[in-house]
Design a protein around this ligand. Structure first.
Ligand code: FAD
Length: 387
């Protein structure tokens, strides 16, 4: 059995949202934490934080930030969203509040700001070192040997660790190495929809051009547009659309078709999207995947968490929130157990069922967001709930 020993140096793969937060939790327990991150340091070289520009952070995620003293700082940079603002084809607006009063809301926050904030606070503990442009290619979990590509030089080298945490996202190299072991399984279910981000810039004087405190949805059945507010007065819109089919990324193959599609389906958004066709053809089309696997750990030597263990589609806005909750739960397991293996086993036991459940609910919520929010019955039910 592998004793938990605070004088150990542990290694994290990935300084994304979950890795950076986990580094803080581990540092607080006294560990030296070495983080290998394949991207450049976005605080110095710019570059994107990947995936969505902004995200919804909810109670689950805020609770985790509270444990490391960052909730208030995060809330200062977050915009409360008190309900869904539904945009009909004819441009009518209706607000569906999330709760019975304004205290029940979710918050829009910049992914890049949050990731940078977490990395900086992790480093400020004095126990966390993040090495950028270091891509983990292969992991031998039995020996703790990592094959790491130093991106600038193109040279691979070997690193060693006694305990490895895979927080390297949905395509996790750590998970892939683990899944080659006997008894390990994982499935990746890609969605037949992709997504495209578009920007509604701020109006004159940084004014919001739509209701600031809402998550905007244009529900249209098999596709939808959503928009979340940003601190600078802009909104980031995300179009969810099938890859193939009569109305799809494949069919919208010219600026004229894109404009005609938006004018027909989302007419009130068109005057707000001055760069619509440019953004549509220059911004990447994102993919979404559900990852389920088991177990998430190899003895007391390696554990995956966050998207690396349980990537989910974004329709519940819970991927990061669940990954943050992983950090809190793992911290509790480390408190209760003497060995890494016992702590990892309990963590897996506590989280697996919940992770599978939210993964399924997130897929189902696409139907809720893209269709049910617009249906007369749903609106009626909401009126009744409110009354
Ligand atoms: P990631 O954010 O993917 O971070 C992984 C890190 O590991 C990255 O920094 C990456 O560069 C690094 N890395 C990867 N491979 C390697 C390697 N081989 N070696 C070294 N480093 C590596 N969640 C919410 O809670 N609310 C939302 O509103 C929300 N909206 C979303 C919208 C969209 C369009 C999408 C796609 C997702 C959304 N999510 C949302 C989900 C959320 O983005 C993820 O759950 C979250 O980013 C998971 O964090 P993570 O740190 O586990 O993984």
């Amino acid at each position: 059995m592998h004793e938990i020993d605070q004088t150990q140096t542990v290694t994290l793969a990935g300084a994304g949202l979950v890795g950076s937060l986990l580094a803080m939790f581990l540092a607080r327990r006294g560990f030296q934490v070495e983080v290998l991150e394949r991207r450049a340091d976005m605080r110095r070289e710019g570059g994107s934080a990947g995936r969505s520009i902004n995200l919804a952070i909810s109670t689950r995620g805020l609770h985790a930030l509270r444990q490391v003293g960052l909730e208030q700082e995060a809330l200062q940079h977050a915009i409360p969203m008190r309900g869904r603002m539904i945009h009909s084809v004819s441009g009518e607006l209706s607000l569906q509040p999330y709760g019975k009063d304004d205290s029940q809301h979710i918050n829009s926050i910049s992914r890049a700001w949050l990731n940078k904030c977490l990395m900086t606070h992790a480093e400020e503990t004095g126990r966390v070192g993040i090495r950028f442009k270091q891509r983990i290619q292969e992991v031998d979990v039995d020996t703790g040997a990592l094959t790491v590509l130093d991106e600038p030089s193109g040279v691979t080298h070997e690193a060693r660790t006694s305990v490895l945490f895979g927080t390297d996202g949905s395509g996790s190299a750590v998970r892939q190495s683990m899944m080659r072991l006997p008894g390990y399984t994982s499935t990746q279910a890609p969605l037949s929809h992709g997504y495209k981000e578009l920007t509604i810039p701020a109006g004159p004087g940084g004014a919001f051009q739509m209701e600031k405190n809402a998550l905007h949805i244009w529900p249209r059945g098999s596709y939808m547009l959503i928009a979340l507010p940003n601190e600078d007065g802009s909104f980031t819109c995300t179009l969810f659309l099938p890859f193939e089919g009569p109305v799809s990324f494949a069919s919208l193959d010219s600026p004229g078709k894109v404009l005609a599609f938006f004018e027909e389906q989302f007419p009130d958004s068109v005057p707000l999207l001055p760069e619509l066709t440019h953004d549509f053809f220059h911004n990447p089309t994102g993919t979404m995947v559900t990852v389920k696997g088991m177990p998430w750990y190899v003895g007391g030597r390696a554990l995956v968490l966050g998207d690396a263990a349980h990537a989910i589609v974004p329709f519940f806005g819970q991927g990061m929130n669940c990954g943050f909750e992983d950090c809190v739960v793992l911290d509790g397991c480390l408190e209760r157990h003497r060995t890494w293996e016992e702590a990892f086993a309990e963590f897996f036991h506590l989280r697996k069922t919940n992770a599978d459940a939210i993964a399924d609910m997130a897929v189902e919520n696409f139907t809720e967001m893209s269709s049910s929010t617009a249906s007369a019955r749903f609106l009626l039910e909401k009126q009744v709930e409110k009354a």
